[in-house]
Design a protein around this ligand. Structure first.
Ligand code: NDP
Ligand code: OXD
Length: 308
């Protein structure tokens, strides 16, 4: 019942140390040191190896080391093997920090001041109350809800959009494709925290930008292919979208010379909004191993038909 880790080897070494301490009975290996492939029962990966059904014939569970699973080619994972995404406190904390700093950067005009500083201009912009700023989150999952709970504390007017109806205290909830336009039309700062699926690919497009209030801003922390980058550039150039903070792009890395790198009203970070923290992730994975052995549903087990 060996556990195989296939992702960044430095973090893999941290996982190995934590497994040795907390679950010494579970043999732990780091890719490509697979040992006997027939002994691998559990795989934690950013991307599984090609054709896992053949290369790891006794695989029982596939864990994503990220919150999303869109990077997986699920066609190679047999239907009877559950796929589990990462839900762990470290990812949530990281995302709450990132989105909060991005919202406050926009709310307190730090783009404007960075530009003024370059020109040595000392000029105050009017300070707006948080209550007058409408923040909206696409995706009311583990991360979207945690982000909204923190932003509410600042007094922002908060809303969110999901596939199925939700009720969240202090958050105006919209559900389903028919409610998207109304949600977008009331949103000054739009945050994308959706999973990437066929239904959400390209959702941040010219049509959506045209529905935003003029001068709205975008925080993109979902997946690169949610955004039609050319449409964003057009919307920025017309002023329809004022600022964009992008943590994910398509492709990644963003190619040298891409116009988003040098756009004065865009900030780009290299997909670091949130990362799995070994200390907290290993506890969740070990709890899931216990659940799996007890025949229980695991925390974060995805619905393959839904794609997330
Ligand atoms: P969850 O699965 O918990 O939540 C997903 C949310 O999106 C749910 O509310 C779901 O609706 C909603 N949703 C999915 N499809 C649609 C649709 N077609 N229409 C409307 N709403 C939809 O995911 P998490 O909150 O844990 O993570 C969200 C995403 O954040 C990840 O998939 C990944 O893409 C991104 N991420 C990015 C990171 C980064 O560093 N940039 C780090 C971690 C995650 P419903 O509630 O009805 O199911
Ligand atoms: C994730 C990510 O999905 O790092 O966890 O993007």
């Amino acid at each position: 019942m060996t556990f195989l880790y296939k992702a960044d080897p430095t973090r893999g070494a941290q996982w190995a140390a934590l497994f040795a301490q907390k679950a010494p009975d579970v043999p732990f290996r780091i890719w490509p040191d697979v040992g006997d492939p027939a002994e691998i029962r559990y795989l934690a990966a950013w991307q599984p190896p090609e054709d896992p059904a053949r290369t790891l014939p006794n695989l029982e569970v596939v864990f994503s080391i990220g919150a999303g699973v869109d990077q997986f080619d699920l066609s190679g994972v047999p239907e009877h093997v559950p796929v589990v995404r990462m839900i762990e406190p470290g990812i949530v904390e990281g995302m709450v920090e990132y989105v909060t700093q991005a919202v406050l950067t926009l709310h307190r005009d730090l783009f404007v001041y960075a530009n003024q500083q370059q020109q040595q201009i000392w000029r105050e912009a009017p300070v707006r109350a948080a209550a007058s700023r409408r923040v909206g989150v696409l995706g009311l999952g583990v991360l979207g809800v945690a982000v909204l709970e923190r932003l509410r504390l600042f007094g922002f007017e908060c809303a969110g959009w999901s596939r199925s109806p939700r009720q969240i205290s202090g958050v105006q909830c919209y559900a389903g494709a028919n409610a998207l336009d109304a949600f977008v039309a009331r949103t000054d700062i739009l945050i994308c925290l959706l999973p990437l699926t066929p239904a959400t690919r390209g959702i941040l497009n010219a049509r959506l930008f045209a529905n935003l209030p003029h001068g709205a801003s975008l925080i993109q922390t979902g997946r690169g292919p949610h955004l039609v980058q050319e449409d964003l550039l057009t919307a920025l150039d017309s002023g329809q979208v004022e600022h964009a903070i992008l943590d994910v792009t398509d492709p990644e890395p963003l190619p040298a010379g891409h116009p988003l790198w040098s756009h004065p009203r865009v900030r780009v970070t290299p997909h670091i909004a949130s990362v799995t923290r070994p200390e907290t992730a290993v506890d969740v994975v070990l709890e899931n191993l216990r659940r799996h052995r007890a025949g229980l549903t695991m925390l974060g087990q995805i619905d393959r038909t839904r794609g997330y």
